[in-house]
Design a binder for this molecule. Sequence first.
Ligand code: COA
Length: 260
Amino acid sequence: MAEYQTITLERRGSVAVITINRPDKLNALNQQVHKDGVAALDELRQDETVRVVILTGAGEKAFIAGADISEFADQTPVTQRDLFNQRTLFNTIDTFPKPVIAMINGFCLGGGNELALACDIRIGSETARFSQPEINLGIMCGGGGTQRLARLIGEGRAMELCLTGDMIDAPTAHKFGLLNHVFPADQLEAETLRIAAKIAEKAPIALQLTKEAVKFASKSNLDEGLRREVDLFALCFSTEDKTEGVAAFLEKRKPEFKGR
Ligand code: COA
C-alpha cells in the first residue's frame, strides 16, 4: 500500500475515507496534497472492494482552509495555469468513477469549498463555515468556484459570496443547497458513514453511470442530456447486476451486486 505524506487513507468495509492531514495549517491544499490525493484516488479506483469514498479534513477546526497561500508567493501566471491544467484533486474527483462524499467538519474555504463542490454530496457539521475568500487576497476563484457554485446554488448567491468573500454558516449553506445535510458535530462521522454505506450497497456500474449522467446535466442542454441518459440507462442492461437486481425484486429478496 502506498505511503502518503499529507493524507491518510482508511478503509471501512466498502467505504474508504481520505483525510487531509495538515491540521496545523488547517489542512490547506498545497501541491503535495493534490499529489497524494490523486494517488490515493488512483489506488481506490482499482480497488473493487471500495464502492464509495469520503473526503474529510483532520482535526475539529477545518475541513480545508483553502489553497496553501504560502505557495502563492512564488507562482507566476504560467506555473499557476500549468498546475491547474495537470491532474488535480478537483478534476480527478469530478471524473472519479465512484461517488465521493465531502464530510465537512469546520472551515470550508476557498479551494476547500471548491473541492467540496467537486464532490458528489456534501454533508456538514453544525459548526462548518463556508466562504470563497479569494477576493480578499486580490485574486479570484480558480478551482471551479465561480462555475460549480453558480450551478449549485444559483448565480445571485454565488456572485455575492465570490464578490464579498463573506463567510456563511452551516444552516445557511444547507438552505442554499450547498450542503445536502447538516448534523451535530459529534454525529457527523456516523451519519456520513451511514449515508455512504447505503450508497455502497447499490450496483457499482449503475452508480458510476448515474454520477456521469447527473454531472452531464450541467454541461449540456436538455435534449443532449436526455439522449446521454437513455444511452447510459441502456448500458445498464448489459450488466450482471441488472439481472441480479431484477431477479432479487421478483424473488422478494435483497440483491447482491458484484459490479459486473
Ligand atoms: N494557507 C496557508 N496556511 C494557512 C491557510 C491557508 N489557506 N489557512 C490557515 N493557515 C495556517 C495559518 O497560517 C496558521 O499557521 P501558523 O500557525 O504557522 O501561523 C495556521 O494555519 C492556523 O491558522 P490561523 O489563521 O492561526 O487560525 P485562526 O483560527 O486565527 O483563523 C482562518 C482561521 C480560517 C479564518 C484563517 O486561517 C484564514 O483566514 N485562512 C486563510 C483562508 C483563505 O483565505 N483561504 C483561501 C485561500 S485562496
